[in-house]
Design a protein around this ligand. Structure first.
Ligand code: MN
Length: 361
């Protein structure tokens, strides 16, 4: 409309988070399981996350609060105000506390915790605005449970589902046990998402340099997901299935595709199953990747021809852009073509998810 907004860049976010009430599972799980869902506790210094009687994560309370400090963190109405200010229109919402449910090893507890989360996300967040696109969690310990929950949430209107990046023991993503789920997701047209840092302890490394090294470690399992789904032919067998690796950056995708092409070209004669397409064709066609700040993500689209690069704000987490979204978008896109900017900030998202047309300028 007016000149004062010319400078504002709008984007959809392919990586954001809902923030569950701490007592969500205690209140809503079946009585026999109510004590075993995710909870947090705090002393003067530390925040501790418990699930099923185990401590799954301990961190500085100040670090924990830093990832939940936006005014709209817990209130969807205030969230929309935050988004309008930041210049974010549609938001793909992953869990926060719920991410820890991916560490549960009891199939019944996993299934019930996930059901509670998916019902809450729909009724308390998604129902407030179609700009808030929720990702439903799926139980990863049983394909039957995953297929059943997928059918349930797809019928409720969910456009995306998620599994942990690190698959449960004995259920690697190259295993055919998953095929009914890939088929069901393809059939339902929902995006099969994997958010970094799920399914394994985030403290892989201790000692010198551990903070940054562990942050890097979280993005490696997502690369394994793509490698395994491509190499075992699952993506070829389900050509309409779309896979999103969220918060893992984007420039690794063309690099991984090269590596897989090399493996296929040089060792393919010994490979089972036989692939009918180059891995890079499958990956560029079916794999999507979201990033927040990475300077290499824009060239991955522009110079390397990887079409599925998607920006994300990671709101409200500390790794995200809340409070500096406009600065980040300008740093990324001032000096690129408008077509590039629109593809990465809106186009890729809009190919995956339906959100209403933007009404704010
Ligand atoms: Mn995220």
């Amino acid at each position: 409309m007016m000149a004062e907004h010319d400078d504002k860049l709008w984007a959809n976010s392919g990586d954001s988070h809902a923030m569950e009430p701490a007592d969500l599972w205690a209140r809503n799980l079946p009585k026999a399981l109510a004590e075993r869902g995710p909870t947090t506790s705090r002393d003067e210094r530390m925040e501790t996350i418990h699930i099923d009687g185990q401590v799954v994560f301990r961190t500085l309370a100040s670090f924990f609060d830093g990832g939940a400090s936006a005014p709209g963190t817990r209130d969807p109405h205030l969230r929309l105000v935050d988004l309008d200010e930041e210049g974010v229109w549609g938001q793909l919402m992953f869990p926060s506390l719920g991410l820890w449910v991916t560490l549960v090893t009891d199939p019944e507890l996993s299934r019930e915790c996930i059901r509670v989360y998916n019902d809450w996300l729909l009724s308390e967040m998604m129902s407030v605005s179609p700009r808030l696109v929720g990702v439903a969690m799926l139980p990863a310990l049983s394909t039957e449970d995953a297929v059943a929950e997928l059918a349930r949430v797809a019928a409720l209107g969910y456009q995306a589902v998620m599994l942990p990046c690190t698959a449960p023991e004995g259920r690697g993503y190259n295993d055919e046990v998953w095929d009914p789920l890939w088929a069901a997701a393809e059939e339902a047209g929902v995006v099969m998402s994997f958010h970094v840092g799920t399914g394994a302890s985030p403290k892989a490394i201790r000692g010198s340099g551990a903070v940054v090294a562990n942050y890097v470690e979280t993005f490696i399992p997502g690369q394994r997901v793509v490698t395994h789904l491509t190499a075992c032919g699952a993506l070829e067998r389900h050509p309409e299935l779309r896979v999103l690796i969220a918060e893992g950056g984007a420039s690794w995708v063309p690099s991984l595709a090269d590596r897989m092409d090399e493996g296929w070209r040089q060792h393919g004669a010994f490979a089972m199953p036989k692939l009918t397409k180059l891995p890079s064709e499958t990956i560029f066609g079916q794999v999507y990747a979201s990033f927040q700040h990475d300077r290499s993500a824009v060239p991955a689209f522009e110079a390397m021809g990887y079409p599925n690069v998607m920006w994300g704000d990671d709101y409200p987490h500390m790794e995200g852009t809340y409070g500096h979204t406009q600065k980040t978008l300008h740093e990324l896109f001032d000096g690129t073509s408008e077509a590039t900017r629109r593809a990465i900030t809106e186009g890729t998202f809009n190919r995956l998810f339906d959100v209403p047309a933007r009404t704010v300028t």
